[in-house]
Design a protein around this ligand. Structure first.
Ligand code: HPA
Length: 292
């Protein structure tokens, strides 16, 4: 029996080393970020979804932000989608050094998985133990309302793609850290007065929105929200040994829920309308997950 008299207590198992190491481009980007910002470690990396580049300005402790266009950093692809801006910002949030990537690359851009998961590699290269992903998502579960924040508890990878090749058998049992999700939920409840629901995120390849039949299928499969990002990046992050917290803003009810057509401009507008709530949530969430 462990710990009984006469037998030594076994040491706790040490965590397995990461299966992936950051790419050379990610290491070069991290060096450039350290030179520009004077910060050699960023405890948290935040990846922002559609149209949320201005969220960073509202998050950063005053006078701490250094912003670099992604065009000046190796491995990043300037965004092609209206409403996405390609910048990387080093700043402090509640005193915690954070790197924010605004303007991710999506699978539907057809550039393969490497640029999609580059921010995860950069996060590992800048020393982040935690990656926070935000995204815009369609509400699949009937009780979700537009404007609501959902903490992602698990995912369905329906993209048919993986960022991994070769024998990289990454464990995804706790892909979205339960410990950090609890800390995030506590922080959001304290900051906003309501505890965010948890939900399963279904990743679709896009760029087309789903059909109503696909949304019924997603509901049957156990999805609560649906989007076109976050999943390849989370797989890479777990391979790199970085913990993940992910937040969806429900920008629309998924196809067929209301019968109204889905309009990208309306999705973007709902994202913009939710930016203030997201900023307040992240100001509480980032320091709390860094210290959890
Ligand atoms: N489906 C897929 N991706 C999305 C949606 C949606 O309804 N809303 C925002 N991103």
């Amino acid at each position: 029996m462990p710990g009984t008299a006469g037998s030594p207590t076994p040491a706790p198992p040490s965590p397995a080393p990461p299966l992936l190491t950051p790419t050379p481009d990610a290491r070069a980007a991290a060096d450039a970020i350290a030179r520009a910002s004077g910060r050699s470690v960023h405890e948290v990396t935040l990846v922002l979804g559609s149209g949320w580049s201005e969220v960073v300005a509202g998050l950063a402790d005053p006078g701490t932000a250094v912003t670099i266009p992604v065009s000046e950093l190796p491995g990043f692809v300037p965004p092609s989608v209206a409403g996405h801006r390609g910048t990387v910002t080093s700043c402090l949030v509640g005193g915690v050094p954070m790197l924010a990537v605004a303007g991710r690359t999506h699978l539907y851009e057809g550039l393969g998985t490497d640029p999609v998961v580059h921010p995860a590699h950069v996060a590992a290269a800048v020393g982040s133990g935690v990656l926070v992903f935000t995204n815009a998502a369609g509400g699949v579960r009937a009780d979700l309302a537009v404007g609501e924040l959902v903490l992602i508890s698990d995912h369905l990878n329906l993209t048919g793609r993986s960022p991994l090749t070769g024998p990289t058998f990454v464990d995804l049992v706790d892909a979205y850290s339960a410990r950090l999700r609890a800390a995030a939920a506590d922080a959001l409840e304290a900051a906003t007065g309501s505890r965010p629901p948890a939900g399963v995120y279904a990743a679709m390849p896009g760029p087309q929105y789903e059909t109503p039949a696909e949304v019924r299928m997603l509901r049957t499969l156990g999805a609560d929200v649906v989007g076109m990002s976050t999943v390849p990046e989370t797989v890479a992050a777990r391979g790199l040994g970085v913990e993940v917290v992910a937040v969806s803003l429900v920008t629309n009810l998924a196809a067929g829920v209301t019968g109204a057509p889905l309009d990208h401009a309306e999705v973007l507008a709902a994202g913009t309308a939710g930016a203030g709530r997201l900023t307040a949530a992240l100001r509480a969430l980032v320091p709390s997950v860094a210290r959890a």
